[in-house]
Ligand binder design. Structure first.
Ligand code: FAD
Length: 299
């Protein structure tokens, strides 16, 4: 059994930032990750929008997040958190390693993008296939950009991408959009957006280095240099079901990252947040550590 003041679940930007802040404040901190420290950073080929950092690889940024946390005294274990409960003001977390007992828990398990599952999607991820317009849109200035989806995120990001790309091809499996009417009006005003409705992508094609075209369910093939997929985000919050308040799976927090369970904080992509980025996740982590500090002092 392991004991600590603050247990951090998930070692992406939110978790490592929270862990570092908490350790620096003098707490014993254990941080767990089911896979490897870095989280989604490990899938980012190039990152150029993390403030104060020049363009670098996600892997390099993950390494510096991890090193800084460890230098502050964080203990990192490659354990998956499997269940959580609270007894007499102590959190008891079962993991794939040891059981952990902690005064406070910061939950930073991130989220994953729903994939289309079509041919070429995995092969070209990071080589033209993206799930984040803010992250990767600027790499495709003046190019042909396909966008998939029909909700608010898809239309908002398609509008943003239409300001960068020479052409946006908007593909949606239905003939109507789910997005708010105002977004539908705005996208129809964009001169360089072409609509392919009632269709899906069956394959993303390329030359091994980058995307060149997409094939649609009607058999047509359209030239495209990038494919942005916005068909949903799935939070990694399964172990909190029935324990903390969730909204469509996202952990509900206040501005101090407090959840519905006193002493349990959530940070980063897993929580209800309007913007999922490295900088916002890191900021959440710092606030959560501050919240955990206040909570432990109040015990
Ligand atoms: C391809 C790609 C490109 C991106 N590009 C950019 C960009 O250019 N700029 C930018 O700002 N953002 C970018 N993002 C988004 C950014 O990476 C995320 O917003 C950020 O990583 C979220 O951090 P997080 O710590 O909340 O979660 P994550 O990074 O998802 O980390 C969560 C961690 O929790 C672990 N975990 C999950 N469940 C458990 C469990 N039960 N037990 C233990 N560990 C668990 C996971 O293994 C993971 O390591 C990109 C994302 C992707 C996928």
């Amino acid at each position: 059994m392991a004991e600590c003041d603050i247990l951090v679940i998930g070692c992406g930007p939110a978790g490592l930032s929270a862990a570092g802040y908490a350790a620096r404040a003098g707490y014993s901190v254990l941080a767990l990750d089911a896979l490897a420290p870095g989280g989604q950073l490990l899938y980012i080929d190039e990152i150029e929008n993390y403030p104060g950092t020049e363009k670098t690889s996600g892997y390099a940024l993950a390494e510096s997040f991890e090193k800084q946390a460890v230098d502050f005294g964080v203990r990192i274990e490659y354990w998956e958190a499997l269940s959580i409960r609270k007894e007499n003001n102590i959190f008891i977390v079962k993991t794939s390693g040891e059981e952990v007992r902690a005064k406070s828990v910061i939950y930073a398990a991130g989220a994953r993008h729903r994939h289309l599952g079509c041919a070429g999607e995995e092969e070209y991820q990071g080589k033209g296939v993206s799930y984040c317009a803010t992250c990767d849109g600027p790499f495709f200035k003046g190019r042909r950009i396909a966008v998939v989806g029909g909700g608010d995120t898809a239309l908002t990001d398609a509008i943003y991408l239409s300001k960068l790309g020479s052409e946006v091809i908007l593909i949606h499996r239905r003939n109507e959009f789910r997005a708010q009417k105002v977004l539908q009006d705005r996208i129809r005003e964009r001169k360089n957006v072409r609509f392919e409705l009632g269709k899906t992508i069956t394959s993303i094609n390329g030359n091994g280095k980058g995307v060149e075209s997409i094939t649609l369910s009607d058999g047509s093939t359209i030239g495209a240099d990038a494919v942005f997929i916005f068909v949903g985000v799935i939070p990694n919050s399964e172990i909190l079901e029935g324990f903390a308040e969730l909204d469509k799976g996202f952990v509900v927090t206040d501005s101090m990252m407090r959840t519905s369970v006193p002493g349990l904080f959530a940070a980063g992509d897993v929580r209800t947040t309007p913007f999922r980025q490295v900088v916002t996740a890191s900021g959440d982590g710092a606030i959560a550590a501050h919240g955990a500090d206040e909570y432990i002092q109040s015990l």
